[in-house]
Write a protein of this length. Structure first.
Length: 661
């Protein structure tokens, strides 16, 4: 196979994966090229690249999903190879063909392999022929509701309804009873059409509480296909991975060999080239079933890199140049353990609702065995146009417990302020006894943190005292800059002695009043909920503060924004909104149905005068490639409607109002 010259690489993606690919490419001596939308004009991947080209507005259809615009950017920038990253066009066979037709080297598998594996129905048919174990179900070419309903009767419940095209949890629904099937089909089909441009569906029997285990494969043009160990990706929510690790705690060497051989057979059945991942469900009896193949680099590929010592992007680029893989199967070694968590801009306490906004403070962790792949910086804007993942935090250790503890410590040292994130939730997950023991299955999050039981950490008396002390320190510093000839020790004093300052912090149930009085030594006496604390600022180093509170020394990250003071502790992130004593609280209308975030109102099922009950679905909002149901917050009658189906809705906009019953 003749070698192909690759000297300049366009990464047709954004965020952390674009940065990660470009770093390896630059280390290999390649010229790195980026593309961007208007929403990403100042993004880190654009600033890192040697050159960059604008694609268009923020919406993906007008930028990152436009084949014509991406290829035109490649032509303008002088690229001779293109890496698709993951998501967007990475598993689009037509795009891969267009790249090759344009005379560029596509860093990925052959288009035919993408096409087969990108259609779950065709993929399962190929796997059955190749002898790869598959989950029982229906994957025929006809996927009308009538056919799927009849197939579901034969398969038996519970079942999984899945989009035939694409993955990542889009267009997927668990259906426990027959009565739930028609609505599940409608929602899955709509989401699939929105995400992948195809509403075709398949049905599989739901395997109860399995592990999600995937095998990393790599194939070259010289007849060699390797498996590079496995990853356990069982900790998921909404069928999207949250924590990944390598190796899998449940695999024996014998089972690893069998699953690896099945993954190689799956790749060879479609004449695969480059990096790919064959995903399996593993039940409690050691039986495994083919789930799908991702014909691209995975989000979680770094844990494989950490335990094998291989750079998967470098291998991708070498294979794309026509070089043989530089090792044999016998030379693949697994060293230690690695874990990864995905840091999302989302609110776990609000059913993992994605969040948008500006990153006010970003402090990535460091330490032995720690790696961070991030696509943000302070000042970055997390927009509603793209996936909610903003960074990946990883740790490697000699064994599983060391890797877990290092990752936990790294998370505790992480601060992302400006919008809700899942950091505290991840800290809680890593500390759960079941996860620590390596027992997590795909039902781990549902069983451990159900919507009814998970609540965000709430501030206690000592937290209110620390917040009040920080506010006093900041207020005193501001007063010093404005004082004319007043000694600093006199700023908090009057003719009657030390002044008392009162803060009223908003709470989820009731406001919290905190009284603060300073002495000449800089110690604050803080009274809250009938308890008195003595708080003193010990040290301030950038955003990191150390405070003594009675007999304790507490460390926290501090950020004071225009609306709230945020304190980031090891296990919790707390935002404090204060107001002057006597200032009334602002109440929101209890019958207002608001947009949880910026998005498109895909359907509106309510009419003026309609009687509704609490929890009833009134519409669907599409945002960040997900569909969110808009439900009635109270019983009552629809009084006014302020939006139309098909419209773009800003976050917190009132869509309709309900008059209480």
């Amino acid at each position: 196979m003749p070698s192909r010259d690759v000297s300049s690489l366009l990464v047709a993606n954004r965020g952390e994966i674009a940065l990660r690919v470009m770093k390896t490419a630059r280390a290999m001596g390649l010229r790195t090229l980026a593309v961007y939308s208007d929403a990403d004009a100042d993004a880190p991947h654009v600033l890192f690249a040697d050159d960059a080209a604008r694609l268009g507005p923020g919406p993906v259809a007008e930028s990152y999903l436009s084949v014509e615009k991406v290829l035109e950017a490649a032509r303008r920038l002088g690229a001779d190879a293109l890496h698709p990253g993951y998501g967007f066009l990475s598993e689009n066979a037509s795009f891969a063909r267009a790249v090759q037709d344009a005379g560029l080297t596509f860093v990925g598998p052959p288009p035919d392999a993408i096409e087969i594996m990108g259609d779950k129905a065709r993929a399962k048919r190929h796997m059955v022929q190749a002898g790869v174990p598959c989950v029982p179900g229906y994957q025929g070419e006809e996927s009308s509701d009538a056919v799927l309903i009849e197939a579901a009767r034969e398969v038996g419940f519970p079942i999984m309804v899945k989009a035939a095209a694409g993955g990542g949890g889009r267009g997927m629904r668990l259906v426990r009873r027959f009565e739930e099937l028609p609505q599940a089909l409608a929602l899955a089909r709509n989401e699939a059409e929105s995400a992948f441009g195809s509403g075709d569906l398949i049905i599989e029997r739901a395997i109860r509480s399995p592990r999600h285990v995937e095998i990393q494969v790599m194939a070259d043009d010289h007849g060699r296909t390797l498996y590079l160990g496995e990853r356990d990706c069982s900790v998921q929510r909404r069928h999207q991975k949250v924590i990944e690790e390598a190796p899998c705690p449940a695999l024996t060497p014998e089972l690893r060999t069998r699953m690896g051989a099945a993954a190689v057979a799956a790749a060879e059945a479609v004449d695969y080239r480059g990096a790919g991942t064959v995903e399996f469900l593993l039940d409690g009896d050691g039986k495994f079933y083919f789930l799908e193949m991702n014909t691209r680099l995975q989000v979680e590929h770094p844990v494989t890199e950490l335990v094998t010592g291989l750079d998967l992007v470098e291998l991708q680029l070498r294979v794309a140049r026509g070089e043989p893989l530089p090792l044999t199967q016998e030379e693949v070694r697994l060293d230690g353990w690695a874990m990864e968590v995905r840091l999302y801009a989302e609110d776990p306490a609000q059913d993992f609702l994605p969040s948008t906004g500006r990153v006010a403070l970003w402090k990535a962790p460091s330490g032995p065995g720690v790696r961070v792949d991030a696509g943000i910086r302070a000042g970055s804007e997390v927009s509603p146009f793209y996936d909610a993942m903003v960074a990946k935090i990883m740790a490697h250790g000699a064994d599983r417990d060391q890797a877990r503890r290092r990752l936990l410590r790294a998370l505790q040292d992480t601060a992302l302020i400006g919008l809700p994130t899942n950091r505290d939730f991840l800290v809680a997950c890593l500390g759960e006894p079941g996860f620590a023991a390596g027992q997590a299955t795909t039902s781990f999050l549902t069983e451990t943190f159900s919507a009814a039981s998970y609540t965000a950490p709430q501030p206690g008396p000592i937290d209110f005292a620390l917040a009040a002390a920080v506010l006093r320190r900041r207020a005193r510093e501001e007063a010093e800059t404005q004082a004319l000839g007043v000694h600093p020790e006199l700023l908090d004093w009057s003719t009657q002695g030390g002044l008392e300052f009162v803060h009223v912090f908003e709470g989820s149930e009731a406001p919290q009043m905190v009284r603060v009085q300073s002495d000449r030594s800089g110690t604050e006496t803080v009274a809250v909920q009938g308890t008195t604390f003595r708080v003193r600022v010990v040290e301030v180093e950038g955003s990191r503060w150390r405070l003594s509170c009675d007999d304790r020394v507490v460390q926290t990250r501090v950020h004071q924004g225009p609306d709230a003071l945020t304190l980031v502790f090891a296990d919790k992130t707390l935002a404090f909104v204060s107001r002057r004593a006597g200032q009334p609280r602002e109440e929101a209308g209890e019958g207002c149905v608001r947009a949880p975030m910026h998005g498109k109102l895909t359907s509106l099922e309510a009419q003026p005068g309609q009687r509704v009950i609490k929890g009833e679905r009134l519409g669907v909002l599409e945002a960040m490639k997900m569909h969110f149901e808009l439900n009635a917050p109270i019983d009552g009658t629809v009084a006014e409607i302020h939006a139309e189906a098909g419209a773009q809705i800003a976050a917190q906009s009132v869509i309709l109002e309900i008059q209480p019953a």
